[in-house]
Ligand binder design. Structure first.
Ligand SMILES: Cc1ncc(COP(=O)(O)O)c(C=O)c1O
Length: 482
């Protein structure tokens, strides 16, 4: 009686029809601009709050209710949507998303995901080789770099407690000495370092921020000084987090120099390559990842520079035996006997139990597009950032804050007449509210700034020029009315 509600070869035609009609609505309701400009209050009014009708509604009616959800979404394909490390997904990824949801394998145990487990393991091994790791490395897919960074810092914390204080934190919990642990990262590292520190029971004050150079890269000399200060205070540098591709500036910390300092101090080196891992595809910029192979662990995101549908990330470990620290056996899922008989089990590597087969999207995209295409796409986004930076430099009142190392460009509208901080905040909001552009924003040394994150390889220099001209024109208008 319920067969037509579930996928099977017999119901596949119904699924095709449902997808075809639903996608037709997505196509016709797709926003013409980057955003409709609708406010949260207005959306509350417009969206139906009949969330669970007593009886199912006719498809036409449901599709009519779907329409405003599409119309008031951010159009990631639009060239003026350029705020975040949030990319338009490849068609290949979308098709694979449908497949992996249809298969609905759960990556915790082999008996829930046999082929999927093997593919994820193979792809993980490939990622490790690309990162420069040797044969003993291993990886697991994650929901993103928030989870991957947390995993790196969890292992770093437990490794420091084990080696320095002979404490098995997994069994005993945190000893009083845990108060002496510190994580070091640059002052522009992602906020998930602090978030992890407090979630790991160390408190966000356990994070020491290291100054950066004019290109927003961690200063190795300053790191050395901080490590020396910690030594003098009998504090323990449990982890150093280097960033390969900072969120605001796309800057890459000097990985090899930082690795040498981490080794000298027996600290865990975690590299947050959430964005920068995409440079593995690049012909022109791959060399910036030199030293990545020296990290103990690495975060990579594929829903950023690899254009995968959210969510799709990975956590890599130089020594896969360290995954043991995350392991716990449940008789129903991953009994010890399975490991002994060679049955692979990815739940042993993961914070999550039920987990999506996201590796399929990356694999399918790799198969369909190939390395050359993907590399050319990434290099195009990097060239766009260089182009935007040059344009900004040639067009006062815009002011560039840094030469872009990868795809992010931070700049501001500098006003002689108005308060520039207020003006830049107002300008970004004005562009968003009018549905003219979705720009990023950040604060650099007290200055409110605007940000372009070049991730969409379909954007042209002409479109970027038109966007920047709009920014200048709207800035002038706001300035005049200030
Ligand atoms: C450098 C960096 N690390 C970590 C994250 C968090 O990643 P996710 O949103 O995939 O959890 C981000 C997000 O933009 C990031 O830019």
């Amino acid at each position: 009686m319920f067969e037509k509600e579930f996928f099977s070869p017999e119901s596949a035609q119904l699924y095709h029809d449902l997808l075809r009609r639903t996608l037709a609505v997505v196509q016709s309701a797709w926003p013409a601009g980057p955003y409709s400009g609708c406010s949260a209050q207005e959306l509350r009014r417009q969206l139906s709050d009949d969330l669970l009708p007593a009886e199912g509604l006719p498809l036409d009616e449901v599709l009519a209710r779907l329409r405003p959800l599409v119309e008031h979404s951010i159009a990631l394909s639009h060239p003026y949507t350029i705020a975040h490390l949030h990319s338009p997904p490849l068609l290949a990824s979308l098709a694979a998303e449908a497949v992996l949801s249809t298969l609905n394998q759960s990556m915790d145990s082999f008996d829930q995901a046999p082929a999927a487990t093997v593919l994820e393991l193979q792809l993980g091994e490939w990622l490790c080789r690309e990162a420069g790791y040797a044969g003993e490395a291993g990886a697991v897919f994650t929901s993103g770099a928030t989870q991957s960074n947390f995993m790196g810092l969890l292992l770093a914390r437990d490794s420091a407690l084990a080696t320095r204080f002979n404490c098995d934190a997994r069994r005993e919990g945190l000893p009083p000495e845990a108060r002496r642990l510190r994580f070091l990262c640059s002052e522009v590292a992602h906020f998930t370092v602090e978030k992890s520190a407090y979630q790991l029971g160390l408190g966000s004050e356990a994070v020491i921020k290291v100054p950066v150079d004019a290109g927003f890269r961690m200063l190795p000399g300053a790191l050395r000084d901080k490590l020396e200060e910690l030594r003098q205070q009998a504090l323990v540098p449990a982890a150093i987090v280097a960033t390969a591709g900072t969120t605001d500036f796309g800057s890459i910390d000097p990985l090899a120099e930082i690795a040498a300092l981490a080794r000298g101090d027996a600290s865990w080196l975690h590299v947050d390559a959430a964005y920068g891992s995409a440079l593995l595809l690049s012909r022109s910029h791959r060399h910036l990842l030199r030293g990545l192979e020296l990290a103990d662990s690495i975060s990579m995101d594929f829903h950023k520079g690899f254009w995968q549908a959210i969510s799709c990330g990975a956590f890599l470990l130089r020594d896969a035996t360290r995954f043991q620290h995350l392991e716990l056996h449940a008789d129903y899922l991953n009994p010890v006997a399975h490991a002994a008989s060679g049955i692979p089990n990815l739940v042993d590597r993961s914070l999550a139990t039920t987990r999506r087969f996201d590796a399929l999207k990356l694999w399918f995209s790799f198969q369909l597009l190939g390395r050359e295409n993907l590399g050319a796409m990434l290099d195009h986004t990097l060239q766009l950032a260089g182009f935007a930076a040059e344009w900004i430099e040639r067009h006062p009142p815009l002011q560039l804050l840094h030469p872009p190392e990868t795809g992010c460009v931070v700049f501001r509208y500098r006003s002689e007449k108005a308060d520039s901080n207020r003006l830049n905040a107002a300008l970004r909001q004005h562009l968003f509210d009018r549905g003219l552009a979705v720009l990023g924003h950040t604060v650099v040394r007290g200055q409110q700034c605007l940000k372009l994150t070049c991730l969409n390889p379909t954007v042209t220099q002409a479109a970027l020029t038109a966007l920047l001209e709009t920014v200048v024109a709207q800035g002038r208008e706001l300035e005049a009315g200030d």
